[in-house]
Design a protein around this ligand. Structure first.
Ligand SMILES: [Zn+2]
Length: 191
């Protein structure tokens, strides 16, 4: 880009008039075909490492993630995600949680947690078995209700419940669900 700008500047100083014009691609215009070939060749070259701030990268990632979420929701009108968005209720206690807990609860609702069940489906993990107890599939239900490694953390009477009920329940239940997930993830890191 800097090269283009300085070339333009030199041409301008030599009194050359520069006109920018949009040209439809792939119509057999020689200069355009050459530019296309060069662009493709450039794409295959090793890419330079450009310093970027964390804020810039995270804003790019946020934008890209939001775009993918919207695409997933719009392209899938009976999906769990779409229902979830439609069912945004006035009495959602998630709105009153500290941000960290609110994020965990949201992730569990949409099943978007880095647990081996979903990671193995995406090919990021060979195994789907729980990293703590090893005997069952590591998914949200397992973390909330099953995993014996979290037995001491579950309050009495927590028992095995319906995940969709628990994750839409009152504030104290949501806080406990978020805590269970947090403890689980911390324990897996400690291993
Ligand atoms: Zn387990």
């Amino acid at each position: 880009m800097d090269g283009i700008l300085s070339s333009m500047e030199k041409l301008r100083q030599a009194d050359v008039r520069i006109i920018c014009q949009w040209i439809p691609s792939h119509v057999g215009i020689h200069g355009n075909e050459v530019a296309d070939e060069l662009a493709n060749a450039g794409r295959l070259q090793p890419q330079p490492i450009v310093p970027a701030t964390l804020a810039h990268v995270s804003s790019l990632l946020r934008g890209e993630t939001a775009k993918r979420w919207r695409a997933a929701i719009e392209g899938n009108d009976d999906s769990r995600l779409a229902k979830l968005y439609e069912a945004r209720r006035a009495d959602d206690y998630r709105d009153h949680l500290p941000r960290g807990d609110a994020v965990q609860v949201f992730r569990m609702r949409v099943n978007h947690v880095l647990l081996l069940a979903s990671m193995s489906k995406r090919g990021w993990s060979q195994s789907a078995s729980c990293r703590l107890c090893g005997n069952r599939v590591e998914d949200v239900d397992h973390v909330l209700f099953d995993c014996p490694a979290l037995e001491d953390c579950r309050s009495p009477g927590w028992g095995c419940q319906d995940r969709s009920q628990v994750l839409w329940a009152e504030r104290s239940v949501l806080v406990e669900a978020a805590m269970l997930l947090r403890v689980f993830l911390r324990k897996t890191k400690e291993r």
